[in-house]
Design a protein around this ligand. Structure first.
Ligand SMILES: [Zn+2]
Length: 236
């Protein structure tokens, strides 16, 4: 752990009970670290994990870092108040999205495991930036190994086997209910509107990365039902 203090933080109004994972989305890790420490940029995260596995601490966990922006999960907003943020170095979709190397993943696992244990963060509150801000964000993206993270005891991964199923717009209402029950901010119109497709895309990017089409299908429903049940949430 290497300390590289950022000035971009303030008082945290409550306790930590959420972990938000990001990618940096800049050409190099150094460029991202410089920005996260720049007082003009007014953004930060608690940690940055480099591709070679080095972990940098920018903001103490007891302070509020500025990483989530406008966001929502399980009916809560202002998620910087209650979350720890980890920035994982990757150029992202804009600059050449690529696989997260094993050394980096190993560091993300051990860092996350420690954070989740110390703050007793529930599995359904380990989220992607794209989960809590689906209209603005894609990070850490479909190449991130959420399944591996879950196998290491951090966050949720569906425990059902599924096959590929064709889209069915008639499942929009059911998908909306389940997405909402799990934590996403989603319309409840019963129709496959544009916002629902955006939220479905965020869900698929994380839990069904093989097909990210923003359309509901029976497999998405099965995965969502399983996740809602694993999280112990009321089923829509
Ligand atoms: Zn982010």
């Amino acid at each position: 752990m290497i300390d590289l203090p950022s000035p971009n933080h303030d008082a945290r109004p409550g306790l930590v009970d959420m972990l938000v994972l990001h990618y940096t989305g800049m050409r190099t890790g150094q460029e991202a670290i410089d920005r996260l420490r720049d007082p003009i940029a007014r953004v930060s995260s608690h940690y940055v994990v480099e591709e070679d596995g080095r972990v940098f601490r920018l903001v103490p966990e007891e302070r509020r870092a500025w990483h989530a922006g406008v966001s929502s999960w399980q009916g809560q907003s202002s998620l910087n108040d209650l979350s720890v943020g980890i920035e994982i170095v990757n150029p992202g979709h804009e600059w050449g999205y690529r696989a997260f190397p094993p050394a980096q993943m190993a560091s993300v696992v051990s860092l996350s495991r420690d954070i989740v244990a110390r703050h007793k963060i529930p599995a359904d509150r380990v989220v992607a930036h794209s989960d809590i801000a689906p209209a603005r964000k894609q990070d850490p993206g479909e190449l991130f190994d959420w399944r591996g993270l879950s196998e290491a005891g951090i966050g949720l991964w569906p425990k059902v086997s599924t096959s590929d199923t064709p889209p069915d717009p008639a499942l929009a209402g059911r998908a909306q209910a389940l997405l909402t029950a799990f934590g996403y901010e989603c319309p409840r119109s019963g129709a496959l509107d544009e916002t629902t497709q955006v939220v479905l895309r965020a869900f698929q990017r994380r839990f069904r990365p093989g097909r990210i089409d923003g359309l509901p299908d029976p497999t998405c429903i099965i995965l969502l039902e399983n996740l809602v049940s694993l999280a112990g949430r009321a089923p829509g």
